[in-house]
Write a protein that binds this ligand. Sequence first.
Ligand SMILES: [Ca+2]
Ligand SMILES: [Ca+2]
Ligand SMILES: [Ca+2]
Ligand SMILES: [Ca+2]
Length: 293
Amino acid sequence: MKIRHLSLVLFIILASSLISCGSVVEEIIEPTLDISLESGVYSRDTLSGEWTRLSDSASVITSGDLDDDGLDDLIGQWNDQGGVFVEYASDGTWEKMGATGQTFIACDYTGNNHDELIGSWVGQGVYFRHSETGVWEQITTDTPWITCLDLDDDGKDDLVGSWNNELYAYMSTQSDWVKLSSGAVNDLAACNMGGDKKLDLVVAWADNGVYYRDTGTQEWHQLLLEGDLITCADINNDGANDIVYGIRSVLNPGLWVQYTGEKDSVNLSTAVPVDISAGDLNDDGKDDLIMTW
Ligand SMILES: [Ca+2]
Ligand SMILES: [Ca+2]
Ligand SMILES: [Ca+2]
Ligand SMILES: [Ca+2]
C-alpha cells in the first residue's frame, strides 16, 4: 500500500468512492500483520517479507550477538517474567540476564569487537554486562531512552540518552553525560544514513519529527514529520537502509516504513507496536525487522 502517510484516511475514502463509480484506482494491498492476529513479538524476514511470531508480548525489544557466535540473538524484557532475557539464535535456549529495567541495548561498549548488553534501571544507573563473567558494572546515571554508536570514531561505542527534555551523550572517553541538544524525545536509534560507513544518531522528537545527526559532519537532517518509535534496516534488500517507525496516534496507528529515496510511507502493520528493533535473527546476512505489540 503506497500512499502518502498523512493522507491515508482521505485516500481510502476517495478510493472507495472511485471504485463505486467504476473507475480504475491503485490496488490497495492489506498489510501482512494486523490486529486480528495474536499479539506478541514478531520478526519480519527481509527476503520473504513474512512475519513470524516469536514469543508473547515484551515491553522492550532489541537484539545483539551476546554469546559471540556470529548470530544475532533476540533480547527482550518480559515484565510478567520479571526481567530481561536473551534467546540465543544458535539453539533457541533462553537465559535471564537481569532484573526488570527501563531500557536495554546491545553495543560494543568496551571496544573488544563483541556485543555487550547495556541496561538502565531507575534510580540505579546504566550498567553493562561483562560477556565472559555475566557481572554487571555501572557506567553512569540512569536514562529512560538509550542507544549506542561510535560518535568519535575511536572504536568504542558511546551512549546516547535522554531525560528531562534534553539529549545527552556519554562518551567512552569521558566520565559524565554531556548535552547534545534540547527537546523531548520519543525514541532513539543508531542507523547508517549517509554515504559513509559510520552509524548516525536518529532521534524521534516528541514535537519536531524524526531527524538524524550525521556522525561525520555533526549536522542534523530531517527524515520524517512524526514518529513514536524508530529503527532502521534494509528491509527491501536494495542495499540502502530504510526508516521504520511506529505511530501511536489515532489517525495513522501502526508500523510504517519509508524506503530510501521514496517520499511516501508504506504501512507494514495495523497493529500498534510497543517497541521495534532490527537484527539478523535467521542468519541469512540480512537484518530483519522485530516488533512487539
Ligand atoms: Ca549469538
Ligand atoms: Ca567512541
Ligand atoms: Ca532499502
Ligand atoms: Ca535475516
